[in-house]
Design a protein. Sequence first.
Length: 411
Amino acid sequence: MSLCQVYPASGGLVRDVLNFIDCQTLTLGANGYQAMASPGSATSQMLTGLLTLFVALFGYRMLFGRTPEVRDGLLALVKVGIVLTLATNWPAYRTLAYNVVLQGPAQLAASIGSGADIPGANSGLVARLDNADAMLSTLAGLGAGSVARPATSPFGTLTTNDPGAPADPVFTGFDAWAIGLARLAFLVGSIGAFAGVRFIAALLLALGPLFVAFLLFEGARGMFVGWLRVLAGAVLGAAFIGVVLGIELALLEPWLIDLIGRRYTNQGIGGIPTQLLAIALVFDLALLAVIVAAGRVTAGLGLAFPAAQGIFARTAELARSPSQGFSASTPGRLAEHSRSRALVVADAVAAVQRREGNAMPGGAIRNVSGPPISTRRHQAITAGSEALGQSARRRTTTRVSASASRRDRAS
């Protein structure tokens, strides 16, 4: 026999169905996890294989000379510890994941709605939803009645287009349909929204050991992050649904009480059932919107340490071998690349000056803009400190060509 039984005919429909859904999600999340994590199961054997592969790959890197740093070894131990704790230890998993996902939304909705005095924020939301459904059922049994249209008024005879005339139904007999459709929309919104987020959370909690194992490898870590995102979205979605349904109750409860009172005094409510249907449909769309919003909010969830690990590893690699190839994607490597080119140009200029015989006694090199400096210090001068082509010695005598000398003797 199933652990969760429901008998809708014995009590309120909303209360019985929501209690059944809650019981099923709790049972599915707990029993499903224990079945997945039990020794000998397929998931347990897969986890053992992945751990063995992770340790083997780590050992092979050491054999090929890639000795891990303290940070890398500590990060590997942390990952293995997290996987073993969440995938094999039910008490730890229940505290960290199960209770947070299945019990956290009620506490979060109570914290949000208590300050705004939203109905059912602290407790009793299910009972009040069931009471609203009972009032809709009662109103459907009473019907919309008929509205006696007055023949005259202080402004004359009322016509169909007069603003003071009672609202007409969309078509004849639609009021009776509208009350039933409003109840249907209310039930679908209140039960369907809760059922969707709760069943998603329960299924993901049951598959927790499978997704936690993906944390070990960089290529499969996206599966673990996606699992966390959907769980966080289910928590926020359930909390948002509770708040929105409380707001809907704050609108519908006094309205339904007034309408039922008017029907018991044989007053017609023609046209109002259509408004009830519109309100129920609007809140159904609002429930769908908050579920989508919760999913979009948690879509940005990610783990920071894999990115940080890659950055740290690349920085350490550049520090160990600064002469590697350069890439314009890293600002630090651009600066190193520019500095290396400047040193190369400076060395070339010094070599040209030495070849031209510009060296002075004692191993010094002439500097046009100041006193001589040593050859060793010249290595640190950046390119462009001395204009090219002006390093030659200035002539102190006037050069006279042979043709000019013959012309002077002839004269």
